[in-house]
Design a protein around this ligand. Structure first.
Ligand SMILES: [Zn+2]
Length: 293
């Protein structure tokens, strides 16, 4: 095996853009500090809505060519974050975006929501045993806000973490590996309220027609759910550039961005986590690798 960097961080996400929106500053920071940052994305995001009118034909309801386009957007985003190790779960296009909860795409053959859990976990076990991360980041059991692919990404990530550690499981996928610390993404209400506070005053200077409010943000968590705070303010520019690289999904203007609903919302250069496996060092903890030998 080639020599691995001392610190290794694995992130598991559902669609291209989720990584930059949720963890862009964290990824840029650890990549800049020399850690191996590995991103596994579970689908190509084929069912996303398309913001730029000139690209509208890519959408699944028209020519259905959004997936390959988003592969390129993701590659561009990774260049902005300095992340070189990026993979799609089971290979590009193995599982497809399931669409929003209740959409008929949920039941389509190949939709990630319908994937067999152990079948989908196996290629992730192989990645875990190869890059041997000390830290895993993924969503909470509700997928942050209930999107079927986010819920499934959570299940697959947690299952793969367990299976990768099992001595008896699929030795053809590599030597067993125990991930020391597992985190779920969090956005605490208080931090969200603070970030939204200056938005009404900033809105007239932006091209977005309206502003979101805190109540528009799905999946806010209680402040005391947060164990770990990563101050990525030095990497805010990289995060913004990575988000902007997902141009079919995100529009960025300075410290603000909008999704396809066009509602301005704040970009978070400080990112929040809940440690669910392993021991936190400090309250709040300020380094995902704290306590790792
Ligand atoms: Zn997503």
């Amino acid at each position: 095996m080639t020599e691995l960097p001392a610190r290794r961080l694995l992130l598991v996400h559902a669609h291209p853009d989720d990584e930059s929106i949720n963890n862009g500053a964290t990824m840029a920071k650890y990549a800049a500090e020399g850690a191996l940052v590995t991103l596994v994305t579970c689908t190509l995001g084929e069912e996303g809505e398309v913001i730029p009118p000139e690209l509208a034909l890519l959408a699944s309801g028209f020519e259905d060519r959004l997936g390959p386009h988003r592969v390129k957007e993701l590659a561009a985003a990774m260049r902005e974050l300095g992340v070189r190790d990026h993979r799609f779960l089971g290979g590009e296009g193995r599982w497809r975006d399931s669409g929003m909860r209740g959409a008929e795409q949920n039941r389509r053959p190949g939709a990630f929501w319908g994937a067999d859990l152990d079948e989908a976990a196996a290629p992730l076990v192989e990645v875990i045993r190869e890059v041997r991360p000390q830290v895993l980041v993924t969503y909470d059991p509700d997928g942050g806000y209930g999107h079927p692919d986010h819920i499934q990404a959570h299940r697959v990530a947690m299952r793969a973490a367990d299976l990768a550690a099992e001595r008896a499981f699929r030795r053809d996928l590599g030597e067993p590996h125990v991930i020391g610390k597992i985190y779920w993404n969090r956005l605490p209400r208080k931090a969200a309220e603070e970030a939204f506070a200056p938005l009404p005053a900033a809105l007239p200077g932006l091209s977005f027609p309206a502003a979101a409010t805190v109540e528009d943000v799905p999946g806010l968590s209680d402040d005391d759910a947060v164990t770990t705070v990563i101050d990525g303010r030095a990497y805010a520019g990289a995060k913004a550039a990575a988000m902007a690289a997902h141009a079919t999904q995100v529009e960025v203007e300075g410290a603000w961005f909008a999704l396809s609903n066009k509602l301005a919302q704040p970009l978070f250069p400080v990112e929040f986590y809940e440690l669910v496996r392993g021991r936190a060092e400090g309250a709040p903890e300020t380094d995902l690798f704290a306590g790792i030998a």
